[in-house]
Write a protein that binds this ligand. Structure first.
Ligand code: SF4
Ligand code: SF4
Length: 88
């Protein structure tokens, strides 16, 4: 990809911020999403779900870029990426 295309991609994504909706009851605590997030937005909670599993949480204030790695890697389809306009 050319540098100009990369810059366009970056600037387009600068306008939006992202957060996640995670189905904590479906989460198996495998940690794959935590491992694959390039921006360290995710962590295993200290709390447990109804299956006595430590589920994954989005770390408040993290700068998620919406890359979708966590969405695609999750074997349980627990993660939804939410796009929020800046200033919302
Ligand atoms: S979308 Fe990308 S940056 Fe955001 S939490 Fe998932 S892996 Fe991390
Ligand atoms: S990849 Fe899915 S099942 Fe595994 S810890 Fe993350 S949200 Fe939970």
């Amino acid at each position: 990809m050319s540098q100009s295309k990369i810059n366009r991609f970056k600037s387009r994504h600068k306008k939006n911020s992202f957060s996640l909706a995670i189905d904590r009851e479906k989460c198996k605590g495998c940690g794959l999403c935590v491992m694959y997030c390039p921006l360290n937005c995710l962590k295993l909670s200290d709390k447990f779900n109804k299956n006595s599993t430590r589920f994954v949480e989005f770390i408040p204030g993290s700068k998620c870029c919406g890359c979708g790695r966590c969405f695609f890697i999750c074997p349980e389809s627990c993660i939804e990426i939410l796009k929020e306009k800046e200033g919302k």
